[in-house]
Design a binder for this molecule. Structure first.
Ligand SMILES: C[S@@+](CC[C@H](N)C(=O)[O-])C[C@H]1O[C@@H](n2cnc3c(N)ncnc32)[C@H](O)[C@@H]1O
Length: 244
């Protein structure tokens, strides 16, 4: 198995594949001025779709986009179980090039996925999809110190992590009004993500497949890094409104 496959495999059985919670989804969504006007959304990098289902349960027709088919298969089953499959359109495609016409959506939603293509690139690539005054709700990880510790920045060196201030500046420069910035609580890291990931990694760290063992050890290290450097980086929710 390749390292990337092993990493995705470790994440497959988890309640969500990144930092978040239903409370945070609600907090961010509640910042929208006229929430009843949100009828069509697209969830970029939806994973197994915890929030996609949440959006659909709120009556919003949602396109769910990810490139990892096993996650989308789980989402399809969950959508049927939650009785919202008729409100979802599940698409295996890359978030950097989604083929929808201008002004297709009232809301672009993305949790923990923008960094894969880069914050600035994501904000600019997704803007044309929004109707005038449409919303972009995105969460991602940002430095909250000017000088992250060497061990920390080295661990995340391939993850395009920006300083929070810089991310806010980019949002304004990309043609959005910043409606809300929300530092996600520590429970968002642990309750539905790191606790489950830690347990799975513990089990798999003795695995015979070297890639699986490597992915498990990496997950354990990521959790240890969070315990050690929590003050230096945060997962942050942005509520942005298209303004130009
Ligand atoms: C950290 S997970 C977050 C998943 C989900 N939004 C959540 O919060 O539970 C990031 C997701 O982005 C997906 N992803 C990464 N690069 C992508 C790309 N270029 N296009 C589509 N999805 C991508 C991954 O497969 C993964 O499901």
């Amino acid at each position: 198995m390749s390292y990337i496959d092993a990493l995705e495999d470790i994440h497959a059985g988890l309640p969500r594949q990144g930092v978040g919670s239903e409370e945070t989804a609600k907090t961010l969504f509640d910042a929208i001025k006229h929430p009843h006007k949100i009828q069509r959304a697209i969830d970029m990098g939806c994973g197994t779709g915890r929030s996609t289902i949440w959006l659909a349960e709120h009556g919003i027709h949602t396109v769910a986009v990810d490139i990892h088919q096993p996650f989308l298969n789980v989402l399809r089953k969950e959508a049927i179980r939650a009785n919202v499959a008729d409100r979802l359109d599940i698409q295996n495609m890359s978030i950097d090039n989604v083929p929808y016409p201008d002004e297709s959506f009232d809301l672009v939603w993305s949790e923990g996925a923008a960094y894969f293509i880069g914050w600035a690139q994501a904000l600019s690539a997704w803007k044309h999809l929004l109707k005038p005054d449409g919303y972009l709700i995105a969460t991602d990880m940002f430095w909250t110190t000017d000088k992250p510790s060497h061990e920390l920045s080295d661990f995340f060196k391939n993850d395009n992590v920006l300083a929070l201030e810089q991310a806010i500046k980019i949002a304004r420069q990309s043609g959005y009004s910043v409606i809300k910035i929300y530092i996600q609580p520590d429970s968002d890291w642990f309750d539905e993500y790191y606790h489950a990931l830690g347990k799975r990694a513990e089990k798999l760290s003795q695995h015979v497949d070297p890639a699986t063992k490597q992915a498990a050890d990496m997950a354990k290290r990521e959790i240890a890094i969070r315990h050690k450097y929590a003050g230096e980086y945060e997962h942050v929710g942005f509520v942005l409104q298209s303004s130009q």
